[in-house]
Design a protein around this ligand. Structure first.
Ligand SMILES: NC(=O)C1=CN([C@@H]2O[C@H](COP(=O)(O)OP(=O)(O)OC[C@H]3O[C@@H](n4cnc5c(N)ncnc54)[C@H](OP(=O)(O)O)[C@@H]3O)[C@@H](O)[C@H]2O)[C@H](O)CC1
Ligand SMILES: [K+]
Length: 453
């Protein structure tokens, strides 16, 4: 089974286009379903380890994949039953249903099995499930030891990650041909359980990808503290937040970290403290300015933001600085790191998925936008997008955003282009959280930052 890290992401419409291209290139729709169903059957066979399998098939091609998988499981000698609530409607699904050839039980009456395959709806789901479907599905999922969803769990909306029906999560979801937004965006991503990619030969050019572990080069043999990257953190009303960002920048590989403004007593000695002046930012060796963590929103904060924007240095703009931005644009390289509340305050609630909204924000500001949350969407003004999903839910604690701003600052100062710096920063931050385990505080997260895998 292939992890989804780094895989291209396609919407439902993009997936249909990719399928049409494959068909135009000579692979028939029947062959696509045969590949998909055989792959599902093979994965289910391995996981079932001889236990009985119940395959739930819907009317469309998701159900068709289910019938093909069931037939493959039967050929492999596994005890397998099929249940449905509606006849197959597409030509491929009808043919697959006929090839199954055996009894198809009524969904409402089906008895549970330890291994459940959800092939009811895939990318064609258009509305919430009727209780006549969701009720039995809930009952059978609850009774199963393992639920495997084909393509997407029935009840989640493919393109925006919304859950249209209230159902238990699957244990495993097999992403057929491409990763979809629902595999990465919350709350749908949590409904998927573990997601694995199934290659059925779809060509999938896409500017949106799932995050993958970055390759981080060690400093060159000739490196010195300035070539490693100098980060200036502009502090403000809440010095602890600036100290967290500065400590994180130092631990994320910066060669030199300068904290401008008031600091806390427990700042590592390696971090240089100075009073804030706009002139201090004129040092051409500064590779990134981090502004926002604990900045405050008073006149002094505004002055510091104006000075930072005018400095011409690459910027990481977070927290309070985002609230003060108004419609000031960033002239040079900039990374904005809003959480959902800050994002909505800056760009409005808008329509479309979190991915669509973040892309629009990046295009509108000319900056890389890191739209944080349990799913983090990172978009560049040129349309590239990376979606990072599945990070520790323990990150939902005060100060972790300040740490992220510092980490991204360190990667930016190391000379990476803003999109790559943001992508690396988000990954390193999530990795630190994974290492920190449960109920950590933001200070602990800094100690768990590491640049090696
Ligand atoms: N596209 C590809 O490259 C491949 C797709 N594969 C598999 O096919 C499904 C997508 O199949 P599709 O037939 O397009 O859609 P679904 O099977 O998900 O469902 C469509 C049918 O379900 C009806 N529907 C939708 N929502 C509901 C609902 N809430 N209640 C009842 N019925 C519903 C819909 O009817 P409409 O009334 O909405 O028209 C359709 O009848 C994909 O996910 C893959 O599993 C293969 O993998 C090959 C490659
Ligand atoms: K499904």
């Amino acid at each position: 089974m292939i992890p989804i890290d780094g895989q291209a992401m396609l919407t439902a419409a993009d997936t249909r286009k990719a399928e049409a291209r494959a068909i135009a290139a000579g692979v028939s729709a029947d062959e696509m379903m045969a590949r998909a169903g055989a792959a599902v059957g093979e994965q289910v066979r391995r996981l079932a380890a001889g236990a009985e399998v119940l395959v739930l098939c819907g009317p469309g091609n998701n159900g068709g994949d289910g019938y093909v998988a069931a037939a493959a499981l039967r050929r492999a000698g596994l005890p397998v039953r099929v249940a449905t609530f509606a006849p197959a409607t597409t030509p491929q699904a009808r043919a697959a249903r006929e090839r199954w050839g055996e009894e198809v039980e009524a969904l409402a009456e089906a008895l549970p099995a330890p291994i459940l395959v959800d092939a009811i709806f895939g990318i064609g789901l258009s509305r919430a499930l009727d209780e006549g479907v969701s009720g039995p599905l809930r009952r059978l999922m609850t009774a199963a030891r393992l639920t495997i969803a084909v393509d997407v769990p029935s009840g989640v909306s493919t393109d925006d990650g919304v859950c249209l029906s209230d159902l238990p999560p699957a244990n495993l979801t097999l992403a057929m041909g491409a990763v979809k937004p629902a595999h990465l965006l919350q709350p749908a991503a949590a409904q998927c359980g573990t997601v694995r990619f199934v290659d059925i030969g779809l060509e999938a050019p896409s500017r949106v990808r799932a995050a993958a572990a970055p390759v981080i080069e060690p400093p060159a043999a000739s490196a010195h503290k300035y070539s490693r990257g100098m980060v200036a953190v502009v502090a403000g009303a809440m010095p602890g937040a600036g100290a967290l960002a500065a400590s994180a920048a130092a631990r994320a590989g910066a060669g030199y970290v300068l904290l401008l403004g008031s600091a806390t007593d427990r700042l590592p000695h390696a971090i240089v403290r100075r009073r804030f002046t706009a002139e201090a930012l004129e040092d051409h060796r500064i590779g990134a300015v981090v502004i926002g963590p604990g900045l405050g929103r008073d006149e002094r904060a505004e002055e510091r933001l104006v000075g930072s924007l005018a400095s011409g240095r690459p910027l990481v703009i977070d927290g309070d600085a985002l609230r003060l931005m108004d419609d000031r644009r960033c002239a040079g390289a900039a990374i904005l790191t809003p959480h959902a509340g800050e994002f909505d305050a800056m760009f409005g609630r808008g329509s479309g998925s979190k991915i669509d909204r973040t892309v629009a924000a990046a295009e509108g500001t000319g900056a890389v936008v890191v739209h944080k949350g349990p799913d983090t969407v990172i978009a560049a003004p040129d349309g590239r997008v990376i979606v990072h999903s599945g990070s520790s839910s323990w990150l939902s604690t005060a100060g972790t955003g300040d740490v992220l701003a510092g980490v991204i600052g360190a990667r930016l100062a190391a000379g990476l282009e803003p999109m790559e710096a943001a992508v690396q920063g988000v990954w390193l931050h999530a990795e630190a959280a994974r290492r920190a385990g449960a109920a950590f505080i933001a200070d602990d997260l800094v100690d768990h930052l590491t640049l090696t895998a």
